[in-house]
Design a protein around this ligand. Sequence first.
Ligand code: PAF
Length: 286
Amino acid sequence: MHLETALVHTRDELGAARGAMGGSVAAVMTMGALHDGHRALLRAARERADHVITTVFVNPLQFGPNEDFDRYPRTLDADLAICAEAGVDLVFAPDRAEMYPSGEPMVRVNPGPLGERLEGASRPGFFHGVLTVVLKLLQVTRPDLAFFGEKDYQQLTLVRRMVRDLDVPVEIVGVPTVREPDGLALSSRNRYLAPAERQAALTLSAALRAGVEAAAQGRDAEAAARASFDSGTAGGAGLAKLDYLVLTDPDLGPAPARGPGRLLVAAWVGSTRLIDNAAVEVAPAT
Ligand code: PAF
């Protein structure tokens, strides 16, 4: 157990602690409510770098007016314990005024056309908010590496793209999604789910599995995934409402006729919006 995780709330404190770090530095950005998915990010960061900085900030910029900003879980004490256990050197947990001292930023990162599709279509302005805070956190933590979960695949893709397009000197590392034994992808929002909704949420991962299997057999992955979702055989039929289910290439471009692709799904389960995705290998059509 690493007991020397320091907690800082201001940029000045962060700057001083960062300045004292020799060797390589990895950043893991979070909104708190840490779970095993974050533990995997922290572990991966710990393995690659001499120092790990975790940021904990529920970013108001990436929540729409009717979204869950107010009810988003805030669990800093538990988060700190997880960070200490994972060997994190420094936790930066700023408040809103520390991150946005002049109020809402006038200038924001424009995610381009990819930011308007999929999550961006359902959550206007979401990726402007995400990329703006990610860029700010990269500026203040100055990491050599930054780790993001594949669970938020469009976010990971856009962060990679931002770093490339804007010449941000950091290596972005993607970390595979962590799942419950029954397939549910870990998410801080899973704690909103009532038992019947928790069951219905399995519809997403079940649909992805059906799609992955179909693709490998040269069948239509999207159609198979949709049929699985609609059948509700995973449980909780009728409780999960599909937003999108789409096959793309690994960069979220058009679906490949063969080779590697990505299957992405988003659905409402009760009042909770869940997303998931999986790598697929598209075999030639049979
Ligand atoms: O993935 C998240 O938790 C957030 O979108 C991030 C990257 C911490 C930015 O607020």
